[in-house]
Design a protein around this ligand. Structure first.
Ligand SMILES: Cc1cc2nc3c(=O)[nH]c(=O)nc-3n(C[C@H](O)[C@H](O)[C@H](O)COP(=O)(O)OP(=O)(O)OC[C@H]3O[C@@H](n4cnc5c(N)ncnc54)[C@H](O)[C@@H]3O)c2cc1C
Length: 418
């Protein structure tokens, strides 16, 4: 089987790269083993919130200039501020073309409200997520009776400590009784499958209407909107006050919607989506990937002019920690890591953890290194890359988007070259 580009991994990075390549007319395949980090994420994307020393980022250009001087392995330092801005802008357009209604802008990060009632800086958030600017009203944080993955008292209490007039409320929805019988079934995604059905809309509306007449705003757990936000839009039109939705403990409805809409866009653009398959190994000859072997295609190798590795970090087994070293799972590429195991982590779990920055080494074009040499047709994108800490620096989604579009640009620029 021959393609222009084969992408290994169909999370945020792999899909954004695949969509861009398919839009440009490439014959592109994505092989993806299982669920990606999106299904467990907030659905908001971070661009760059904190410098490695913990200082908040106030200006992207000067922050990236500082990375270039002091943290040259960071993907943003490899690409430079101008490119980071350009690809972040492109990502915003691409995401909008996928019918993802997102709020936010590169220049104006917002403070999204978390389910714990705290604020966290974000680049892009689903339109329905409340931000600090929404927190001016008398607000009801509304739980659903029996749903344990969202605690309105906890969120409202934390918000009150931040000076917000927030109150915990609860609604009963008898239509959910069947799910309630089994607490392990009573999760946001299963609730969304019920509440997204048109026949259940009026029960949800009737439960919320009296609260909407007492408060300036209602904040609910994100328990509807798996495939689109029609229930959210309709409720906002019909209730007496605005409604916003907070992501819950995983699985995440907004994250799963993002995954689905990106997949749909990739397929609509002519991409070959191969879910449930797994790349087992690949052959490298003269610093060039020649063939890719997958579990389902057994003895039929996939061949492509370009290969993109978007297999994720430890969470998705793109990186695997052994006793003495961390290895990249498909190619055994060169990995940035501390030599001694005792240097992998710090005792204080709230510190920035060194292992978070482990990942594949690349050149400035994001081509991977194998035994010290550049593999000329293999690009590395997203969280399998080394040199950054997605959690402490608040840059996970941004690194995925920016590196995905940079790799796509390198591949497109090579045009018909063999
Ligand atoms: C739990 C969690 C929550 C996060 N929340 C946020 C957030 O809210 N905001 C934010 O900005 N960032 C967040 N991040 C950071 C996150 O890493 C990125 O935002 C992003 O979603 C990662 O995308 P990715 O494509 O690099 O990897 P992943 O999403 O991990 O996708 C990798 C995919 O590759 C597949 N795969 C792996 N190996 C193979 C193989 N050999 N063959 C075929 N397929 C393979 C996996 O099954 C998976 O589907 C979160 C990270 C985690 C782990």
């Amino acid at each position: 089987m021959r393609f222009d580009t084969v992408i290994i991994g169909g999370g945020l990075a792999g899909l954004l790269c695949g969509i861009r390549l398919s839009e440009s007319g490439q014959r592109c395949a994505i092989i993806s083993r299982g669920q990606s980090a999106l299904s467990f994420s907030s659905g908001s994307l971070d661009l760059f919130s904190f410098l490695p020393d913990g200082q908040p980022v106030t200006d992207i250009d000067s922050a990236i200039a500082l990375l270039e001087q002091q943290h040259g392995a960071h993907p943003y330092a490899l690409l430079g501020a101008k490119a980071v801005r350009r690809y972040a802008q492109q990502a915003q357009t691409l995401l909008a073309n996928c019918k993802l209604a997102l709020q936010g802008e590169i220049e104006t990060p917002h403070q999204r409200v978390t389910p714990l009632g705290t604020f966290r800086r974000a680049w892009l958030s689903p339109q329905e997520v409340p931000s600090k600017t929404d927190a001016q009203q008398r607000t009801a944080v509304v739980g659903i009776s029996g749903f344990l993955d969202f605690q309105p008292q906890l969120a409202a209490g934390a918000l009150r400590k931040r000076g917000i007039d927030a109150h915990a409320e609860e609604i009963e929805l008898p239509t959910l009784n069947r799910l309630r019988d089994n607490s392990s079934e009573f999760r946001s995604v299963n609730i969304a499958r019920v509440l997204d059905a048109p026949e259940n809309y009026s029960e949800l509306y009737d439960a919320l209407l009296p609260l909407s007449q007492q408060y300036g705003m209602l904040w609910l757990p994100a328990c509807f909107g798996l495939t689109d936000n029609h229930v959210f839009t309709q409720l906002n039109k019909q209730l007496a006050c605005p409604l916003r939705l907070l992501p819950t403990l995983p699985p995440s409805v907004p994250g799963m919607r993002m995954q689905l809409l990106l997949q749909q866009r990739f397929i609509q653009q002519g991409g070959n989506w191969m879910p449930g398959d797994e790349v087992l190994r690949a052959d490298i000859s003269h610093n060039h990937v020649t063939q890719i072997w997958t579990r389902k295609h057994e003895d039929i190798p996939l061949r492509a002019r370009h290969v993109v590795l978007a297999s994720g970090s430890f969470f998705s087994n793109g990186l695997i920690a052994g006793r003495d070293r961390v290895r990249e799972a498909v190619f055994d590429l060169d990995v940035m890591q501390s030599d001694k195991r005792s240097d992998w982590y710090r005792d204080d779990v709230f510190d920035s953890q060194p292992w978070q920055q482990f990942g594949v080494r690349t050149d400035a074009q994001l081509r991977g290194l194998y035994q010290g040499a550049i593999v000329d047709n293999l690009y590395i994108i997203g969280s399998v890359l080394g040199g950054f800490d997605a959690v402490a620096q608040g840059c996970g989604g941004g690194v995925c988007a920016v590196t995905a579009l940079h790799a796509a640009q390198q591949i497109i620029a090579q045009g018909g070259e063999q």
